[in-house]
Write a protein that binds this ligand. Structure first.
Ligand code: ISE
Length: 322
């Protein structure tokens, strides 16, 4: 079977990272098109993807017709338009998180995908492909260490990229826990509260951080997340408190950022996606998971300026995604 021809939309840091992954470490796929309006970035990505063509916009790439699937790694505000165009063209799409920045535009994508009658969207929640996360989820699911009571999560970054504003503590960073915690626990999020302590005087810009995010799940499980963007190294550590044991993951290694901390998880994610597209059986994090995270982010951003918990109002999961 010939290689899956993948178009990569966005050749910033994450897009270039995926171009290299698809070219060097993914079996059964190659980058056929790089979509990036910035000429220098496009050129750098093309240098990493022999045989690929470069275009400035997704429309051009779709018109050229050399695509079997699309990986969207453009800024979050451009995701809705890009994913919608892929759906209209009937192309499978792996969209980096967040699916969209707001629940309304995510819901419209759900409707469009359901109207097409088959799953085409996967959302890039790569933590689900981290070996330790998967092992912890299995421990919780099979009950061998008893029932889950609490989760303590640590999410530390060494700084913020240009343009990172306060709401992005939730929409760009805690969004990972807003997907991973309910996925680990097997229960959706019911409410979100944000507590702020002393602001770190060394934090760049106007951010009041670190923050403590408290999540209550529908089944009563409590989770707390330390979100800290002024740490000395990149750390994502999770401790699960079960009735029969306490399990801690994520302590090995020293990392400057997520590209090395989650390198193996990204590799597994993209390989699994390519394999599932070839098998016409996409099964990774769905558009519904992306929508649920968008609803939680909306509540989380409100919680940044609200005393006490903000209720998360999720409709029932459509049968299409159940
Ligand atoms: C970044 O966009 C990511 O997705 C990282 O995984 C996260 O740790 C970081 O906070 C985000 O800014």
């Amino acid at each position: 079977m010939s290689d899956l021809r993948v178009g990569v939309v966005g050749a910033g840091a994450m897009g270039l990272n995926h171009v290299r992954r698809l070219t060097q470490r993914t079996a059964g796929a190659r980058v056929s098109v790089v979509v990036e309006p910035d000429r220098a970035r496009r050129t750098a990505a093309l240098a990493a993807a022999p045989g690929a063509v470069g275009v400035a916009g997704l429309d051009e790439a779709l018109a050229v017709g050399v695509l079997d699937a699309v990986l969207v790694a453009a800024p979050g505000t451009l995701h809705a338009g890009a994913v919608d165009a892929c759906l209209a063209a009937g192309l499978p799409v792996l969209c980096e998180k967040p699916l969209t920045p707001d629940p309304e535009s995510a819901w419209r994508l759900l409707e469009a995908e359901q109207a097409g009658g088959r799953r085409l969207i996967q959302v890039g929640f790569m933590r689900r492909y981290d070996a330790e996360y998967a092992a912890l989820r299995a421990i919780v699911a099979d009950g061998r260490a008893g029932e889950l009571m609490m989760i303590h999560a640590v999410h530390r970054n060494v700084g913020t990229p240009p343009g990172y504003v306060e709401s992005m503590l939730i929409t760009d960073s805690v969004v990972h826990e807003l997907d991973a915690v309910p996925w680990l626990a097997g229960s959706p999020i019911a409410s979100i509260e944000v507590r702020r302590g002393r602001p770190n005087p060394c934090t760049a810009g106007q951010l009041h951080e670190p923050i403590l995010v408290l999540l209550q799940l529908v089944d009563g499980t409590l989770a707390d997340v330390e979100m800290n963007v002024s740490a000395s190294s990149y750390q994502v550590i999770t401790e699960a408190v079960l009735t029969g044991d306490v399990v801690r993951i994520g302590e090995a290694g020293h990392h400057a950022d997520y590209t090395t901390r989650f390198a193996a998880a990204y590799d597994s994610e993209v390989q699994a996606w390519v394999d599932s597209v070839a098998a016409q059986a996409i099964s990774g994090p769905s558009a519904w998971d992306g929508y649920a995270a968008a609803v939680c982010c909306h509540a989380g951003v409100q919680a940044l300026t609200t005393e006490g918990p903000v209720v998360v109002d999720l409709p029932p999961t459509p049968a299409f995604y159940a």
